[in-house]
Ligand binder design. Structure first.
Ligand code: SF4
Length: 187
């Protein structure tokens, strides 16, 4: 009885060094047993939050080759260790059993998705881009002015694209002669 009374947080607060009750005095025996996943990880990888164009830095903690925790990276000049609630939850995105890890393809008129390997999917996309460009290429407009463009291809980027990706997308699509190059953030 005396032992449990002496272990009360308020008793420890007024008899120990933690007079404000913000540290050792308020800590329970159960809390003392807990080890942070960040302490027991095998290694830490640096990454960037995938959710938005802010690009906050992340530290990805790995144990037994599994992602066990993702935290803000204090060394990131962009975010200095902070993550918003969305970024803080990105472990769920990485480890979710609902995460799609294969290319899904639904053929015209098909009612079901099929899986494709990445090389096949990339070839199919390239074939369609080349065909769309060839089919819709315009050297001159209807008034005979030189335009050298295609209106058959457009790009709509999302907010998860970073500066470098947007730069490359703009270069690629402009080089192909596309005019409609937009981003969700501008719309
Ligand atoms: S942590 Fe939040 S603000 Fe930072 S990149 Fe991710 S979603 Fe954007």
């Amino acid at each position: 009885m005396a032992k449990s009374f002496l272990s009360w947080p308020v008793v420890r607060q007024f008899t120990g060094a933690d007079r404000l009750g913000r540290g050792a005095a308020a800590r329970s025996a159960a809390t003392e047993e807990i080890e942070a996943r960040t302490e027991t990880a095998d290694r830490v990888a640096r990454s960037v939050c995938p959710y938005c164009a802010v690009g906050c830095g992340q530290k990805v903690f790995v144990k037994d080759e599994q992602v066990v925790q993702i935290e803000g990276d204090p060394d990131s000049p962009v975010s200095r260790g902070r993550l918003c609630p969305k970024g803080s939850a990105s472990k769920n995105l990485v480890t979710s059993s609902l995460r799609q890890t294969a290319v899904k393809y639904r053929a015209p008129y098909a009612t079901e998705w099929t899986e494709l390997d990445l090389d096949t999917a990339m070839d199919m996309i390239a074939d369609r881009v080349v065909k769309a460009r060839n089919d819709t290429w315009q050297d001159l407009d209807d008034q005979g002015r030189k335009v050298r463009r295609t209106l058959g291809i457009a790009s709509l980027g999302g907010a998860t694209l970073d500066n470098e990706e947007n730069y490359l997308i703009k270069k690629l699509f402009t080089a192909m002669g596309a005019l409609q190059i937009e981003n969700q953030a501008r719309i």
